[in-house]
Design a protein around this ligand. Structure first.
Ligand SMILES: [Fe+2]
Length: 253
């Protein structure tokens, strides 16, 4: 593992013109999620104090792991590049604060029902570093519904760049005929049909934006030919229907 990696500073993006509580903005996002399975959503200014606290804590957690070669900090899975949600101080309170002033809870409620729950077992911080061989070799093609119960939304929130020169995600947008594939979800055939016959896309997600996608969207870590490390959090939401599932650690939002 390389030592003493310096992260690129969080770039500032001019986002002030977006009316985050504008209902038409929420409608536009919902429409995109329904048709292709994912969307980029504005969360906050990258200079928001809760965002800065969260990103500083996450970046220093991974810098410590990388510079001290602390494989154990990654739960023994260097390839997965993730640390537990609670390993970053005040992660839940900062995220709740950030989401509360955005359109995102409304979007989630329109999809999951009135009461929404975030899950701490399946929410993770990730530090993907292209200089770590195990991480370059780990890029499984999957959809989250393969291992998660019920409908769920993954909010992928970057603190560095995400995509382009940084590792990101390749996503396979729903084909126009996706509704005819619904009965195949859960099978290997679904995966091979979607990945073979539809286009993949790597979004560039600036700090302050969220990549939001549901459990049926095929995706794969993009890491080949990348040269800068990426740090982000994945915050997962479920509906009331998953209450009682022992694999989950749900908190009402
Ligand atoms: Fe995934």
């Amino acid at each position: 593992m390389n030592q003493n990696i310096n992260l690129q500073p969080v770039s500032s993006v001019v986002l002030d013109n977006i009316l985050v509580n504008d209902e038409s903005y929420a409608q536009q996002i919902m429409k995109q999620i329904d048709s292709v399975g994912y969307s980029l959503v504005y969360l906050c200014s990258p200079t928001n104090p809760s965002f800065l606290e969260l990103s500083t804590a996450a970046v220093s957690a991974f810098n410590e792991i990388w510079s001290n070669n602390l494989d154990g900090g990654l739960g023994g899975r260097v390839d997965k590049a993730s640390i537990n949600f609670d390993a970053v101080a005040n992660a839940d309170s900062n995220l709740v604060e950030l989401l509360n002033v955005s359109v995102i809870p409304n979007i989630l409620r329109s999809k999951l029902g009135k009461k929404i729950y975030f899950d701490k077992n399946f929410s993770k911080f990730r530090g993907v570093n292209p200089s770590i061989k195990e991480q370059v070799n780990y890029s499984p093609l999957h959809y989250d519904g393969e291992f998660l119960p019920g409908p769920t939304y993954n909010l992928c929130i970057p603190f560095t760049g995400y995509g382009g020169p940084f590792p990101g995600l390749d996503l396979w947008k729903y084909p126009k005929w996706h509704s005819y594939l619904r009965f195949l979800i859960g099978s290997k055939l679904y995966k091979s049909i979607v990945s073979k016959f539809t286009a993949k896309w790597e979004p560039i997600v600036p700090p302050g934006y969220v990549l939001m996608f549901n459990e049926n969207v095929m995706h794969q870590r993009s890491i080949f030919k990348k040269h800068l490390p990426r740090i982000n959090v994945e915050f997962r939401f479920f509906s009331e229907n998953e209450i009682g599932n022992n694999d989950l650690c749900l908190t009402e939002f």
